[in-house]
Ligand binder design. Structure first.
Ligand code: NAD
Ligand code: ZN
Length: 371
């Protein structure tokens, strides 16, 4: 059998070890944390990384019940994680926690959950975040960690990666490792009620896009396909409904996000994510809005899904930024091409190992010009 670049650790799949789901389930978090304190010893602190939005919601932060000696840090989501930012956060946590924390709680959207994953790995593996960008490079288990998503779609609560941009090399790639998977998870759909509508749509569509890409790829397995199909079903129920943010819809999308994460943890994405990564690395667009802009320009690769996506946008009355590549220089287009075609695994999954015969430089630039 010839080796494929798609052969990685994802052949044996690891899931989050335990979770609770349902409205109000946030109130179970202190129990999970107490169990970890009991294992780690009375002196071990707990680290809470909390999305900066919740600075303005002390009532919710109080429900996490941090002790006065614990370490609480707000993560300001202006930029998505960078390797330098993760290194700085890790240094800060190492100093503030003293010894290894009993657990790290990642409370927020994909950015905050990924930050917690990366910090947990670095506290035990040492070195710099950039050392672990790739597949199966993390050597020893990280600190125990608990995900509490407050925004649904990325599946960061379920996956074996934590996406970071290396600002020096321009590489946007996570620590793909079994050790990156969360140990526990609290899925409380009440937490997503405050998300702005456009953000809710863009991030929610990440779950849909992960799964349409996985289902169209060559690297497939029966469990991943089942997760993907149900994720797409749930996304249809949410985004084709009258109100995508009803209590019922928010619960469905939270489940879709988790199942979509499980799906993508056993497979690869396709053409949309590499183009989206190009937009993020070169133009600084955030992942989920960049995905939507990319899918909108990739009808030729995903015709049925593209049409459905357009219907969902219209139904929810959400608008997409347009003209994002207008007026770019040749040099910027060259960087966009490089930042897209570097993603050989998903592009191989979607188009085969000769993907560059389809995605020539000229073709990639033509697609970006449509955005
Ligand atoms: P985000 O975490 O970047 O947050 C987006 C905005 O929503 C922020 O302003 C944040 O403060 C706000 N927000 C979060 N929860 C809120 C709430 N309950 N109410 C009001 N505002 C709230 O958004 P995201 O789209 O979830 O995450 C994007 C990140 O996830 C990117 O860095 C991307 O690379 C990463 N990602 C990771 C994976 C993975 O498998 N690890 C997969 C896909 C994407
Ligand atoms: Zn994604």
């Amino acid at each position: 059998m010839t080796a494929s670049i798609l052969d990685t650790g994802i052949k044996v799949v690891r899931n989050v070890s335990g979770f609770t789901v349902g409205r109000g389930s946030l109130d179970r978090l202190p129990e999970f944390v107490a169990a970890r304190r009991a294992v780690a010893g009375a002196n071990a602190k707990v680290v809470y990384l909390v999305d900066g939005f919740f600075r303005g919601h002390p009532d919710i932060v109080a429900r996490l019940q941090p002790q006065s000696t614990d370490v609480v840090r707000f993560v300001d989501v202006v930029d998505e994680p960078t390797t330098d930012g993760i290194d700085a956060m890790t240094d800060d946590i190492r100093k503030a926690a003293g010894s290894l924390p009993a657990t790290i709680v990642g409370f927020g959207g994909g950015t905050t959950m990924d930050t917690a994953k990366a910090v947990a790995n670095l506290l035990t593996n040492h070195g710099k975040a950039a050392d672990y960008q790739g597949w199966d490079l993390v050597k020893v288990p990280g600190v125990h960690k608990i995900a509490v998503p407050t925004l649904s779609g990325t599946g960061a609560e379920a996956t074996r990666t934590c996406v970071m941009t290396n600002t020096k090399t321009g590489l946007k790639l996570g620590m793909n490792s079994d050790y990156t998977v969360y140990d526990q998870m609290v899925l409380d759909p009440d937490l997503t009620a405050t998300v702005p509508r456009n953000q809710y749509f863009y991030t929610g569509m990440d779950a849909y896009i992960h799964c349409i890409e996985a289902l169209a790829g060559s690297y497939r397995n029966a469990v991943g396909d089942a997760y993907s199909r149900e994720t797409v079903n749930l996304c249809r129920q949410v985004f084709l409904a009258d109100d995508m943010m009803s209590d019922e819809a928010r619960e469905r999308l939270m489940v879709a996000s988790y199942l979509g994460g499980c799906a993508i943890a056993t497979s690869y994405v396709g053409v949309v994510h590499p183009f989206s990564a190009g937009l993020s690395v070169v133009l600084g667009l955030h992942h989920c809005v960049a995905n939507c802009i990319a899918l909108n320009a990739l009808a030729e690769f995903y015709p049925a899904e593209h049409a459905e996506f357009r219907t969902m946008l219209a139904k929810q009355n959400v608008s997409l930024p347009s003209g994002v590549c207008a007026g770019l220089t040749d040099e910027q287009f060259a960087r966009l091409v490089a930042a897209t075609v570097v993603h050989a695994k998903p592009l191989t999954n979607a188009l085969g190992p000769d993907f560059r015969t389809v995605l020539t430089d000229a073709k990639v630039i033509e697609i970006f010009r449509r955005m």
